[in-house]
Design a protein around this ligand. Structure first.
Ligand code: ADP
Length: 294
């Protein structure tokens, strides 16, 4: 074991000692490099298997917010999420310890169950409107969630304008593009159905969707908020999309208004702008194309 791995092993042992009462001798230990920027391990003890993510303290509060997100989704009793065991910091490193989800193969009704359960999750609304009571993250991007009774205003203020400001400040987009966004904001009330809020996962792409040992869906790494549910469905199409049975079952359980396909690019302006800010100008042409088409 390299010195770095040894230090990480000892760090994990310290976390286990805080959160596990029984014997903490590690039977299996496996690094996991699936995520974006966090480090993770699956660790097996006599008392069970755990999944621990950590960072170097460079995104303060990220795991605390992620733990809250997981707990919020768990309360809906709809789609399974890993149970949170503990969240904390050791020296400058912050971590999140949760139940490990052993993966399996999808069962015959996986996609339709997933669609139906997501619709049930989206039936959870907030009387505060659109937003959330804390700031969280989408990937490494801070996600502001100030409440707004109007879903469209929330989308414009807390999602698009926020990312536009960061992109202009960092000279990733020019003033012409900012103007095009402004013009689009005027048109949005005629383009997007202004529904009541739905509790959403917020980062719903295949990398955050797991299959448990009984072949059912489990969601990880949420970036929750109460918002326009079509934004979540649009997000699922960003990187390939899900099975047709998923969308059909969702629509049957919680119908969406006609014309959704034409609205998808509008909602995806938000994750695209986050990509512009996190990963660079390579995503600007995709944003430009959407702005030019409305
Ligand atoms: P990051 O926040 O760094 O992107 P994720 O939470 O998305 O990390 O996790 C990366 C991968 O690790 C996921 O795609 C999934 O395969 C796996 N994973 C995440 N949480 C668990 C868990 N509780 N149990 C088992 N595997 C997990």
């Amino acid at each position: 074991m390299s010195q770095q791995s040894q230090e990480q092993y000892q760090f994990i042992e310290r976390i286990l000692k805080i959160h596990v009462r029984e014997d903490v001798s590690i039977e299996e230990f496996q690094f996991f490099y699936g995520g974006n920027f966090n480090l993770a391990v699956r660790v097996k003890l006599k008392s069970g298997e755990f999944f621990i993510k950590w960072n170097q303290g460079d995104h303060h509060g990220l795991f605390e917010a992620e733990a809250k997100n997981l707990q919020l989704l768990a309360q809906t009793n709809t789609i399974q999420v890993p149970q949170v065991i503990g969240v904390g910091a050791i020296e400058e490193k912050e971590y999140l310890m949760m139940e490990c989800i052993p993966s399996g193969e999808i069962n015959a009704t996986y996609w339709e169950d997933f669609g139906r359960k997501l619709a049930l999750m989206h039936h959870n609304s907030s009387e505060m409107g659109h937003g959330l009571s804390y700031t969280n993250y989408l990937g490494a991007a801070e996600q502001k969630n100030e409440w707004n009774l109007n879903g469209l205003r929330f989308f414009i203020e807390n999602r698009l304008k926020n990312q536009i400001e960061i992109a202009v400040y960092n000279r990733k987009i020019d003033l012409d593009m900012e103007n095009k966004f402004r013009q689009l904001f005027e048109k949005l009330p005629d383009l997007i159905p202004n529904e009541s809020s739905s509790l959403m996962h917020g980062d719903l792409w295949s990398g955050n969707v797991m299959v448990n040992a009984s072949g059912q869906v489990v969601l990880v790494d949420p970036s929750c908020y109460y918002g326009l549910r079509e934004a979540e469905l649009a997000f699922t199409t960003m990187f390939g999309g899900f099975d047709k049975a998923f969308y059909e079952a969702y629509h049957e359980a919680y119908p969406i208004e006609k014309g959704f396909h034409e609205r998808i690019p509008l909602y995806n302006l938000y994750p695209l702008m986050v990509h512009v800010n996190l990963f660079g100008e390579g995503y600007v042409p995709a944003v430009q194309k959407i702005l030019n088409s409305y």
